[in-house]
Write a protein that binds this ligand. Structure first.
Ligand SMILES: [Zn+2]
Length: 246
């Protein structure tokens, strides 16, 4: 966790309700335990998530907000912002970028966590690709430069420099966080997403979900020969160089 020692404020940008929990809830729990502030920004309302045919879109939308709030509370998140874009409808466009820039200027994070938009060897959901891409652009240079989306500045916000972006779901991780002591908290956070758990072998086999999460974290650790049992991994993307050079 030394890498994250200087961080005081972190923002997590997740494509759907439950992505933050899989990607970084252990790291978030560690940050909040250490007294840091963490904010969640959830891009879509998840109204098409899950394979349960009894669910309607509007039920899912409301239910998944409540689940996401409970999941965030379990790891000590200060605030959850729902951008409320439709599931599967994210675009690399002004609406999405403007919304992210506004939250960055309002919440003033030192670092931003999001999903890696660049993967070559396995499938990446379109909403995840859009979220990663638009987050990078929103972070730099749009959030910094006052002439982009000047309505924020006119409303009293300042341009803001984010120092680093941490990508989860990456093929080339270079940061590994020991989440052994917060693994139970990560699982509790994931369990809050009740409408999605049916996809993960609940019912007759209620341990499957938890086992899968533990297995994934253990695999990260063994693949990279780490000294701890459970890990979350990230690709660190520095922004400071960019804003110092321009
Ligand atoms: Zn997702």
């Amino acid at each position: 966790m030394e890498q994250l020692e200087p961080v005081q404020r972190a923002m997590v940008v997740a494509p759907h309700p439950d992505d933050a929990e899989f990607g970084c809830a252990g790291t978030v729990a560690k940050l909040t335990k250490a007294g840091k502030k963490v904010f969640y920004v959830i891009a879509t309302n998840g109204n098409k998530g899950g394979r349960d045919t009894d669910m309607t879109g509007s039920y899912l939308r409301e239910e998944r907000k409540l689940e996401q709030e409970a999941a965030a509370a379990a790891v000590g998140v200060s605030e959850v912002v729902f951008l409320d874009f439709g599931d599967g409808e994210l675009e690399d466009d002004h609406d999405f970028r403007r919304a992210l820039v506004h939250q960055i200027r309002r919440l003033q994070p030192d670092i931003v966590f999001t999903t890696d938009p660049f993967r070559t060897s396995f499938y990446i959901h379109r909403d995840h690709r859009m979220t990663g891409l638009v987050t990078i652009d929103a972070v730099f240079p749009y959030a910094r430069d006052r002439l982009h989306y000047p309505e924020d500045i006119e409303a009293g916000l300042s341009g803001h420099n984010v120092e680093e972006v941490y990508f989860w779901g990456t093929e080339t991780p270079d940061i590994f966080i020991d989440i052994e002591d917060v693994m139970d908290t990560k699982i509790e956070s994931l369990r809050a997403h009740k409408s999605q758990l049916s996809d993960w072998g609940q019912g007759d086999n209620p341990t499957t979900f938890e086992d899968m999460v533990r297995k994934m974290s253990r695999r990260t650790s063994s693949q990279h020969k780490l000294s701890f049992e459970y890990a979350e991994s990230f690709r660190r993307f520095g922004i400071r160089r960019a804003w110092e050079d321009t």
